[in-house]
Design a protein around this ligand. Sequence first.
Ligand SMILES: NC(=O)c1ccc[n+]([C@@H]2O[C@H](COP(=O)([O-])OP(=O)(O)OC[C@H]3O[C@@H](n4cnc5c(N)ncnc54)[C@H](O)[C@@H]3O)[C@@H](O)[C@H]2O)c1
Length: 334
Amino acid sequence: MKLLITGIAGFIGHAVAQRLACQGHDIVGIDNLNDYYDVKLKYARLASLADCKDVRFVELDLSDRERMAQLFGDEKFDRVIHLAAQAGVRYSLDNPHAYADSNLVGHLNVLEGCRHHEVQHLVYASSSSVYGMNQRVPFSTDDNVDHPISLYAATKKANELMAHTYSHLYSLPTTGLRFFTVYGPWGRPDMAMFKFTKAIFEGRPIDVYNHGDMSRDFTYIDDIVEGVVRILNVIPERADGGTSHDVTPSGSAPYALYNIGHGSPVSLMDFVHAVEAATGRKAEYNFMPMQPGDVPRTFADTEALYEATGYQPQIDVEEGARRFVDWYREYYRI
Ligand SMILES: NC(=O)c1ccc[n+]([C@@H]2O[C@H](COP(=O)([O-])OP(=O)(O)OC[C@H]3O[C@@H](n4cnc5c(N)ncnc54)[C@H](O)[C@@H]3O)[C@@H](O)[C@H]2O)c1
């Protein structure tokens, strides 16, 4: 297959590319290599893909309408895995325009490229953050998510709405994946496991938000990759064509939406203890209030993903933390 992976220098994009590389696909990966976090890590991820000649990297900004149109016209992709975005809840408080450029304009450019060049399937990243303060657990894609509490979440919900529109109007098969707090080797330096591990090794206290009274459905990267790769082959159809997971009441659109989470929330302090066990060191805690835009808990209903793919995420945080810390020690030579 001819594939486009957006955000290929990012945490999840790189992991998906590693999995699909050297399997006979023709893969183009794009990324703008922005400095939201350490760019060296992004270059190192790209370097780890260099052995596979099936993967071509193009430095490109999603919001560059002309170059995006040209890329789609030149390459004629069969399927698109769209993972590039401005991520992060806290950063969106101070940098709202980055989210409009990458997540709204960028997403539109991807949809337009898919529409005009008959892409068979667009799989794109949404987020558990769309659930906001949702009280009903586990979180289901049937729940109402009209009340985002961060601009990041609002752009992710907007992505789903935009995708639905293109599925309806242009029969473009789209699948949105709501990822639940992803962690693991090559992970993001702005996320908890990376920050905790770094602080522990540097002998600094770790910041524990909401005084530790939070829980997250932490999902190991390999489980996310497995879900993405499997769902790429589950192409939604219009309801009259009979998909089991068409969330559109009218059945008007070849559109699907799934949670990908481990399916078991872990309290923040248990997560901290898993990192302490993996590093073999006890952390010093700096208890902090809840951060604006943050949600108190997440918990994925993974039933629909299982029905569609036969896959259930498997790695628990103890095992995942060990694998992350092993990678961290090797990468930073600790
Ligand atoms: N990691 C998580 O826990 C998590 C949870 C929910 C949703 N997501 C979503 O999954 C996707 C991947 O996240 P990630 O954790 O790999 O983040 P990441 O920041 O590591 O990767 C995103 C990549 O996209 C690139 N990018 C950003 N804006 C771009 C633009 N305008 N043009 C081209 N490239 C651009 C960045 O340089 C980065 O390499 C994102 O859409 C994110 O919102 C992630």
